[in-house]
Design a protein. Structure first.
Length: 540
């Protein structure tokens, strides 16, 4: 409980510090559509459970918003964030994020309990420590997005599977179905664990001896019924046709096919739309290269850069020592823990939309369980070494607080050098509030700014667009994404300025430059070709 309280504090501080990120406004608006008008089509690609929670949080802190929506339509309804003053915007955003914080902390407790049931208290302690201080969990567990919801609810499913292994009763089968339904109601890719969880239940029945096929059918039926009941409830008990030719009312068809009527049809259409997006590709960036197709080794680089060195060395130690240990369950338990994560990483690697560590976040609980299982069985000096590595992982994560989205490990020099290699949902627009504070504190009346997402004016930023050539002297603020993987400006737009490293950074995600007239003249006169600082060797 002490670890859970500490994690809650870290998550809450991060949630309060950061401005809105790329996906949060759309999910929050989608929650309002669901709550006020019963409209699940808005944000249909994302399952509805987190959106229900975001709307409920707004109902508590901003009740007048709902009266305004009830009298409006989709074109005139005030935005739940950007129609408010900066203090109220921050309050509303924090309230929605706190639902994710609570779910993330609860997920850690479920994960601890699952490890305790399956592997003992030492394994549970290591697992919970890794969960509470993972920089990726601290980053996404403080946002009003889907990833931490799905990951945390999979921790509940892992606990249900551990209980099912000990006693495969019908209520426990149903509990597993409920947990998987809640996870699937948060993000479709969380269901990679479902076959493994069901297989655990079947093996538990078989090891008891005697007739097991009939109880297996009853258990699977209980899980399936509970799973469907949860999703059907989340979608308001709707029944309809699944239109694969126009999922969620979009022209992004997958097949010329209609199926139904089925319960919760938009859940199926949302899954098809996500599949289609994976085929279409995205503006991906890796090791200085930008392209719309993915790399098969993208997520290997993500894991190498976005996990702490202590956790990586602990994993290496666990791999080495695992062959020397005789653990309960043997290789079968290893397979149960690691098959899902490997499958998720493989599937995400095969797609052309590669969105950074958040896309493989649901694999983390099971990797942590495996690490806890092995580390908890170590003894003597090796156990002490494992303790040192866990402590090092915690220290490296806390060193960047509250800038966990921009976490990169010390192999590459930390967040200062991270964008040289990777900038996928790392600079996600989260430091606009800090930029506004910096502008007002330093009385910068003429800010030349290139933003990535959001509405900078809502946070109090007064600016004009930074030019793509050396025309204007003044203070410049450039988002790392717009420098390395630009979205709103042409590629190479700011090469003329970023020939020098930034004078300062805000939250590691916004580059600051002071360009007085004499520096502007020097930048105008620099001979071609212009080579930006980040195309050279990274800073030590």
């Amino acid at each position: 409980m002490a670890l859970a309280v500490l994690q809650a504090g870290l998550l809450a501080l991060t949630a309060w510090d950061k401005s809105d990120t790329a996906d949060e406004p759309s999910y929050i608006v989608g929650g309002m559509f669901q709550w006020v008008w019963g409209d699940d089509l808005e944000n249909c690609h994302a399952p509805p459970l987190p959106r229900w929670a975001y709307a409920a949080a707004l109902r508590v802190v901003d009740a007048p918003l709902f009266a305004q929506w009830a009298e409006s339509n989709r074109w005139t309804a005030p935005h739940p964030l950007f129609s408010r003053s900066a203090p109220d915007l921050r309050r509303n955003l924090f309230a929605t994020r706190m639902t994710t914080v609570l779910v993330t902390v609860a997920g850690g407790l479920f994960l601890w309990r699952a490890a305790l049931l399956a592997f003992g208290w030492r394994a549970a302690l290591v697992t919970h420590l890794l969960w509470c201080f993972s920089p990726s969990l601290l980053a996404h567990g403080s946002l009003a997005t889907l990833d931490a919801w799905a990951t945390s609810l999979l921790c509940a499913a892992a606990w249900c599977a551990a209980r099912l292994w000990h006693a495969p009763t019908v209520p426990r089968w149903a509990a597993l179905g409920i947990a998987l339904g809640l996870a699937g109601g948060s993000k479709v890719t969380s269901l990679f664990f479902a076959p493994v969880a069901l297989a655990i239940g079947l093996l538990a029945l078989r090891r008891r001896g005697g007739a097991w096929r009939r109880p297996a059918l009853v258990g699977l039926a209980a899980s399936g019924t509970a799973f469907a009941a949860v999703l059907w409830t989340l979608y308001g008990f709707r029944v309809g046709i699944v239109n694969a030719a126009a999922p969620c009312g979009t022209p992004r068809g997958v097949w010329d096919l209609q199926v139904g009527p089925l319960p919760f049809p938009l859940w199926f259409e949302g899954a098809l739309l996500q599949y289609r997006r994976g085929q279409v590709g995205f503006h991906n960036y890796l090791l200085g290269e930008v392209k719309r197709t993915g790399w098969w080794w993208f997520y290997l680089v993500v894991l190498a850069l976005k996990t702490t060195i202590g956790a990586q060395l602990l994993a290496l130690l666990a791999v080495v020592m695992r062959r020397r240990l005789r653990l309960p369950g043997g290789a079968l338990a290893d397979l149960a823990l690691l098959l899902g994560p490997f499958a998720l990483v493989a599937v995400m690697s095969a797609g052309d939309t590669q969105g950074g560590v958040r896309y493989i976040l649901p694999a983390f609980p099971f990797a942590m369980l495996w690490l806890g299982r092995v580390a908890g069985a170590l003894g003597g000096r090796v156990r002490a070494l494992a303790g040192v590595l866990v402590a090092a992982a915690i220290a490296e994560s806390l060193a960047v607080h509250p800038h966990h989205l921009m976490f990169f490990n010390r192999w590459i020099g930390g967040p200062r050098n991270g964008p040289f290699y990777l900038i996928q949902a790392d600079d996600w627009g989260q430091d606009q509030r800090r930029l506004a504070e910096w502008q007002h504190k330093n009385r910068v009346h003429r800010l030349l700014y290139s933003y990535y997402v959001g509405q900078p004016e809502a946070w109090g930023i007064v600016y004009r667009q930074a030019p793509c050539e050396p025309k204007l002297a003044g203070k410049y603020a450039l988002h790392a994404t717009e420098v390395h993987r630009p979205k709103r400006v042409p590629p190479g737009c700011f090469d003329w300025l970023t020939v020098d490293p930034p004078d300062d950074r805000i939250g590691w995600s916004i580059y600051l430059y002071d360009v007085p007239p004499e520096r502007l003249q020097r930048l105008k006169e620099q001979p071609p070709p212009v080579r930006p600082f980040w195309r050279s060797a990274p800073e030590p």
